[in-house]
Design a protein around this ligand. Structure first.
Ligand code: ADP
Ligand code: MG
Length: 385
């Protein structure tokens, strides 16, 4: 996060709220290298934080009011009374920050009001977790301003609870854990059950590699029923197998388990179990110092999301195909699916050609132009001013 970004948010705060903020905090968006739709199955994932972040200037208030403004919003400042916050009472984007304050109070923590000004460089609805970035920025700012002393995983749980119970999105915990716990130069090996994390060194440049993010600009809406239905299907399958969660089904027992399940649940279970295994293989390949060997795992993971989990779409499939055809070592959709972004691991010298090839393929298919970004493993949520 550049000093310029922090100064701009500080200045925005002065314009909107008058006076200076108590501080400025930043929480990043993320891409997930591998381990998709595993978090709500208590499984494993391997996200990394992006340089793009939600930057939030905050000043504590003593009158119990929460005043919210976003540079990406409608220009209005929303004023809420902290004591009145309740799920279902807040609409639009403000339900994410208001939900975090509500979730902190639900834990019995003594938090009150604040003036907030948000300016985020994470594109919204692109599968890069702008929602978790926003929640986690509020969570870390409140943690410090109200002296809460919560750990990273506790802050992530608060943010997830806000998204689930207040914003009404049944997401797992990966996005929030990534936004809080990632560190620069590393991917984060996450155990979604214990919330244990391991920082896995990820030196792409040193190996002549780059990770491109191809934002299809097809906007998903996780609040719609598809994500909830998939999650319910996984929980039903675990129940039928007598397991606490699909995480508890070892790969070796998959074939025997699949014959015991109704046909509609078979592909869901196959995806989750093979995807957890791909996370472990990815970590082994990184530990062995061969990040280029992640490529085939990415493409395999995409096929599983497309054919078994069925959360891909024409645009994400085309981005993967075009990237691989143009020289990417592997590619997959990242995030919940139904649009959003694709990541492609590319030799540095091929990056421009891969970006061009995907853009050309979209034009030829009559799709809108994708946005091409680069994912550089960046720092997690923190105070920046
Ligand atoms: P994703 O997390 O993949 O970007 P979501 O649908 O989960 O997609 O979250 C996007 C929502 O988060 C937006 O519709 C908006 O309500 C909220 N949001 C994220 N960033 C901002 C921002 N800078 N200003 C206002 N709202 C934001
Ligand atoms: Mg989100």
């Amino acid at each position: 996060m550049t000093p310029a970004a922090s100064a701009a948010v500080h200045e925005g705060f002065r314009r909107i709220h008058g006076g200076d903020p108590d501080g400025v905090w930043a929480a990043p968006g993320r891409v997930n290298l591998i381990g998709e739709h595993t978090d709500y199955n208590d499984g494993f994932a391997l996200p990394m934080a992006l340089p793009q972040a939600a930057v939030l200037a905050v000043r504590r208030r003593t009158d119990g009011l929460l005043r919210l403004h976003s540079a990406q919003g409608d220009g209005l400042t929303t004023e809420l009374r902290v004591a009145d916050l309740a799920p279902g009472r807040t609409a639009g984007w403000t339900r994410y920050p208001a939900g975090v304050v509500w979730a902190l109070r639900e834990r019995g923590l003594p938090v009150g009001g604040a003036d907030l000004h948000l300016d985020s460089s994470v594109p919204t609805g692109a599968g890069l977790s702008s929602s978790a970035a926003l929640e986690c920025a509020v969570a870390v700012a409140y943690d410090e301003l109200y002296g809460l002393g919560l750990s990273g995983p506790e802050l992530a749980r608060v943010a997830q609870h806000a998204e689930n119970a207040y914003a009404g999105v049944p997401c797992g915990v990966m996005d929030q854990m990534a936004s809080v716990c990632c560190t620069g130069g590393h991917a984060l090996h996450l155990d979604s059950r214990s919330l244990e994390v391991r920082q896995v060194p990820l030196d792409l440049t040193g190996h002549g590699l780059r990770l491109l993010v191809l934002d299809t600009r097809v906007r998903h809406d996780l609040a719609d029923g598809a994500y909830a239905a998939l999650r319910a299907g996984c929980e039903r399958a675990a129940g039928l197998l007598g397991l606490p969660a699909l995480r508890d089904l070892p790969g070796a027992e998959l074939p025997a388990a699949l014959v015991r399940l109704p046909a509609d649940l078979v592909p869901l279970v196959r995806h989750v179990v093979t995807e957890n295994a791909r996370v472990e293989r990815a970590v082994e390949r990184l530990a062995a110092g061969v990040p280029e060997a992640l490529g085939p795992l990415l493409t395999e993971g995409h096929a599983s999301l497309r054919d078994d989990y069925r959360v891909s779409c024409a645009e994400t499939d085309l981005a993967v195909e075009a990237a691989v055809a143009a020289g990417a070592l592997g590619a997959r959709m990242t995030g919940g699916g139904f649009g959003g972004s694709v990541i492609a691991l590319v030799p540095a010298g091929e990056a421009a050609a891969v970006g061009r090839a995907v853009t050309d393929a979209f034009a030829a298919a009559g799709f809108g132009a994708p946005a091409v970004l680069e994912a550089v493993p960046s720092a997690g949520a923190r105070r920046i001013a």
